[in-house]
Design a protein. Structure first.
Length: 978
């Protein structure tokens, strides 16, 4: 076959306006070409979206040699290190970023995914650079020496993540001869210390020989025609080598899974506070049964949070907080797990929890096939509606999802199989349910409360204990009976049936229009006239800023939000299943409540939810309160022990008025009383400022009806006295202010460094200049500090707006055992003070114009879906700036900027007479600070400042409140153009 074969195109949604062509190149590469017509905005102007490509190769961690764990992951890193045609180290990343794009890759068990998105103009050259990585990568030995440090840093950043640790633990149940048991991350131990450089290089080259076109799938999306795309793909990828896909030896499930998986029970020690009961199964792979979606169906039943489900039943008994069901499938096996977060009472009575879960599994087995088919068909109908009115995805998300589907599904089903229930197969579904009802599952408890953990997993150091499967649990299984409280979900009352699209009889406004205003309310509305889908969004902000003036009150709001979310998720689970969504979260001044989904019954949901929220606190008893209190304390403790989280919080703590650290709230959780929350709730709903945005397929009249119901349910009064609805920021003193603290997680070598330079109150012009700096210096910082100097895996640049004040930062996450925090800071300072000015000085005019062009394309890109447009509009309303045309204004300002403007701005920002710098470092432990188990267990968390200066010009902060007390506090205000 010497010609390109054009295959039958996949089935697509009737609302999907893209065009598709599926082709197969002579070398065996199968590619899906996607032509996305150019977006046209309401005013008739065209808006350019990014183009994207994704390639997936059927080579992954299962292809690692047993003695070189992480080799496939290492190869993924190495392919970015230059090709024969484009030999520059980091040249690919720089090209993508300088043309307004982004790129990444990830290694799975059986495949590896590579993708990028970039401006339309640069797409052909970007695709050529992309293809050359797979045709003729350099794989230089010098790059090998550097990049394995990056792989090791990535591993070390994950070593304290309990989710990753559990995945490593469950690998120990796979036969040592099966690659599912191998260490897949890679580290210096596997890629350097226990292998010679020659052997590693040869193994890397051998693994790359499996990168053949026959094992690859490609997806590209662009505004170019299908014929153009076909010509480009054929030109760029025809030189990919073809070859035979080597099949792996087949093993049965009984050969793969060690018997101890189900003959024993396990106790695993967490790195952070956790009390989780895990039931898990290794089952035959479900991938070939994708049309029946057995684990999607089973997962929905296991995740039922409403009536009939075990989750609500056990929550009502105060035994559990929540439950999650996860499924990971390979071509060989499926690992299914039910992860149940226990209360203290539940941890003391695991038998009671297991009894009900066992009963629930029995209910699934005993339910008639007719009832299973009824529920399956309900899910099927909902999935078909969702597919019919599918929302547009981000280009890179679209290509990565689709290229994955190319690997898994029949050609006709590429676009729908991941989301649509295609056919009810009673034999397949009942067979898997029967397998769940065999006593071949594992029970593991993740908790500190166990006598001893006398075993250790090799790579992550997971500590665990192993005992015979308890006889009492075996009896519970043997003697289980049906609980009449358990049943499959009933027919869904929120299921949409009317999908009429409303047309605007008048000229459609480009932005939301205020349709009502009073001392309490402001209501905005925009009828969608662009996406024309039967979806609606209603965003509500309940602000009571005078109450948000202390960490304690903010903590009380956290409790209230927790109660509300739990209640809403439980009571309105059927609404979630019908494609509706409710979000409740706290803000700096109050409560954000948002609704989205099919608009037909959205108003009914809003009315019911608001009624529940306003009377919610009356239903909370002391026992429920204590349970949530314990949950919040544990979650706060968990978040605190991340050096990245703490460093990211310390920046706004210094810069923003009325910002409260997680640590500050954690330290006073024990003081919270139910009575305090009740009083707070009463005060909160008594005086408020309420903002509302109704947007989508909802008319103005319907919007006013929604508002009237909201007004009737809230019955609040206006805010009294003086109050601030906008955040306010502090002006840093001139010079170098340094805030340095020890990490709150012991035995953690991960450090985080942020070097922040403050500008001034936000203006459109300054923000545009900073965004250009960010785009340019982000990739340069990555190239210098990460790729060349290997300071850490996570490196980048950010524009920060804190309290309405602009700033710019460079951040690095590192490990103390590799680079002392003083060295990391020194190298960032060198980059800031020497490298960055040189980059800006040497920036050619054409490169600057390309930088501006990439930024303007992002600003003028049409929103991909209704939700993206709503998010942008709501941000302007919530922030009280109402600058809906900010992107258009920013585009005009950016267009007129010169290279001299950028140079002068950076010099002004960093000149000694103007410099206002804040350095934040959260420092992990070095090898000599490892503590014993008794020192770690039950210890109190206390912030520990590091007062030592690294240079004479450092102004060390050892008391944040004292430091802020002398700073100028900017007044709140609107964003100016200049």
């Amino acid at each position: 076959m010497n010609q390109v074969e054009i295959l039958k195109p996949p089935i697509q949604s009737e609302s999907d306006k893209k065009q598709y062509r599926l082709i197969k190149l002579p070398n065996g590469l199968k590619a899906l070409l996607i032509h996305k017509p150019e977006n046209t905005s309401a005013d008739g102007s065209e808006n350019e979206s990014l183009s994207s490509a994704a390639l997936k190769v059927g080579v992954g961690s299962f292809d690692d040699p047993q003695n070189i764990g992480g080799l496939a992951h290492f190869l993924e890193h190495m392919l970015f290190m230059g090709s024969e045609k484009y030999p520059g180290d980091g040249e690919y990343n720089e090209f993508i970023n300088s043309n307004g794009g982004d790129n990444n890759a990830m290694t799975g068990d059986e495949d590896t995914l590579y993708y990028f998105e970039v401006s339309e103009k640069a797409f052909p050259e970007a695709l050529d650079r992309f293809a050359q990585q797979f045709i003729s990568p350099l794989l230089l030995r010098d790059s090998i020496n550097r990049e394995r440090e990056a792989v090791d840093s990535e591993f070390r950043m994950s070593i304290n993540n309990d989710l990753k640790r559990l995945m490593a633990f469950f690998k120990t149940f796979i036969s040592d001869s099966h690659p599912g048991s191998y260490f897949d991350y890679g580290s210096l131990d596997t890629l350097k210390n226990n292998i010679s450089d020659d052997d590693l290089y040869n193994a890397l080259c051998d693994l790359f020989t499996k990168y053949v076109a026959d094992a690859m799938r490609l997806c590209v999306q662009s505004k170019r025609s299908l014929d153009e795309l076909q010509n480009i793909v054929v030109e760029k990828f025809s030189h990919l080598k073809s070859g035979t896909i080597i099949s792996k030896p087949e093993m049965s499930l009984s050969e793969i899974v060690k018997p101890k998986f189900y003959t024993n029970m396990y106790f695993v020690k967490p790195k952070i506070e956790a009390q989780t009961l895990i039931l898990s199964w290794y089952l035959n792979s479900s991938l070939k049964h994708y049309k029946a979606k057995p684990f999607d169906y089973i997962g929905e039943i296991l995740r039922n949070r409403g009536d009939g489900g075990f989750i609500k039943y056990l929550k009502d008994k105060k035994l559990i907080l929540h439950s999650q069901t996860q499924e990971i499938s390979t071509s060989v096996y499926t690992h299914l797990s039910i992860n149940i977060q226990l209360t203290d009472l539940g941890l003391q009575h695991v038998d009671l929890v297991l009894k009900e879960v066992f009963s629930y599994l029995l209910m699934m087995k005993e339910t008639t096939i007719e009832e299973h088919e009824r529920l399956f068909n309900e899910y099927k109908a909902e999935s078909e509606v969702n597919f019919r009115y599918v929302q547009e995805n981000d280009p890179s998300l679209n290509t990565t999802n689709t290229v994955t589907n190319l690997m898994l599904y029949d050609d006709a089903d590429i676009l729908r199989a991941s989301d649509v229930y295609l056919e009810f197969d009673s034999k397949v579904i009942l067979d898997y349910i029967d397998k769940l009802n065999e006593r071949k599952f594992n029970i593991t408890i993740l908790a500190n409360e166990h006598e001893s953990f006398n075993k250790k997993e090799k790579y992550f150091g997971v500590e665990f204990d192993e005992i015979d499967f308890p006889e009492k649990y075996q009896r519970l299984w043997n003697e289980r009976t049906l609980n009449p409280e358990f049943f499959l979900e009933k027919p869904n009352p929120y299921k949409a049936t009317n999908f009429e699209i409303y047309e605007n009889v008048e000229e459609s406004p480009k932005y939301p229009v205020k349709i009502y205003e009073s001392d309490i309310y402001e209501v905005w509305h925009k009828l969608d006239d662009h996406f024309k889908s039967p979806h609606g969004h209603v965003c509500i902000h309940l602000a009571s800023p005078k109450l948000m003036n202390s960490a304690y009150n903010f903590l009380l709001l956290s409790f209230f939000t927790n109660f509300a979310t739990s209640k809403i998720v439980e009571k309105f689970s059927s609404a979630f299943n019908a494609g509706l969504n409710i979000q409740i979260k706290k803000t700096q001044t109050g409560l954000h409540v948002a609704f989205k989904g099919y608009n037909e019954k959205l108003h009914l949901l809003i009315d019911s939810v608001i009624k529940e929220i306003t009377k919610l606190i009356e239903e909370v008893d002391e026992e429920k309160f204590e349970m949530v209190k314990d949950q919040i304390k544990k979650s706060h403790r968990t978040m605190l022990q991340s050096s990245i989280t703490l460093s990211n919080e310390l920046i706004p703590k210094v810069l923003q008025h009325n910002f409260w650290l997680i640590y500050e709230k954690y330290k006073i959780i024990d003081n919270v009383k139910l009575e305090d929350i009740q009083k707070f709730s009463t005060k909160f709903f008594r005086h408020m400022k309420v903002q509302v945005l109704v947007q989508g397929n909802i008319t103005k009249a319907q919007s006013l009806d929604i508002f009237k119901e909201l007004e009737n349910n809230l019955t609040c009064e206006p805010l009294e006295g003086e109050y601030e609805l906008k955040p306010r920021g502090y002006q840093l003193p001139k010079g170098k202010s340094v805030l340095r603290m020890k990490s709150l997680m012991l035995n953690d070598e991960n450090s985080a460094t942020i070097v922040y330079v403050q500008s001034k109150k936000e203006t459109i012009r300054d923000r545009c200049l900073l965004k250009l700096l960010e785009k340019m210096l982000d990739v340069k910082a990555f190239e210098q500090l990460r790729s060349k100097e290997q300071l850490g895996y996570r490196v980048g640049a950010d524009v920060l707006v804190k309290g309405g004040v602009l700033g710019f930062s460079i951040y690095v996450s590192s490990q103390e055992s590799k680079h002392h925090y003083s060295k990391v800071l020194k190298r960032i300072e060198v980059f800031f003070n020497e490298t960055a000015p040189k980059i800006i000085e040497e920036l050619a005019d054409d490169e600057f114009e390309k930088l501006k062009d990439a930024r303007m394309k992002l600003l003028t890109a049409q929103d991909l879906d209704l939700e993206a447009e709503v998010t942008k509009n709501w941000s302007e309303i919530y922030r009280h700036s109402y600058m809906f045309d900010k992107n258009e204004l920013s585009t005009k300002v950016t267009k007129n900027l010169t290279r001299t403007d950028l140079k002068d701005f950076f010099e002004s920002l960093t000149s000694p007479e103007n410099l206002k710098k804040l350095i934040v470092q959260v420092v992990g432990c070095s090898e000599n600070c490892i503590t014993t188990e008794t020192q770690e267990k039950g210890r109190e968390l206390n912030l520990e400042y590091i007062a030592e200066k690294l240079s004479d010009d450092e102004n060390i902060i050892t008391d944040i409140e004292l430091f802020r007390s002398s700073l100028f506090l900017y007044p709140s205000g609107t964003i100016e153009i200049e």
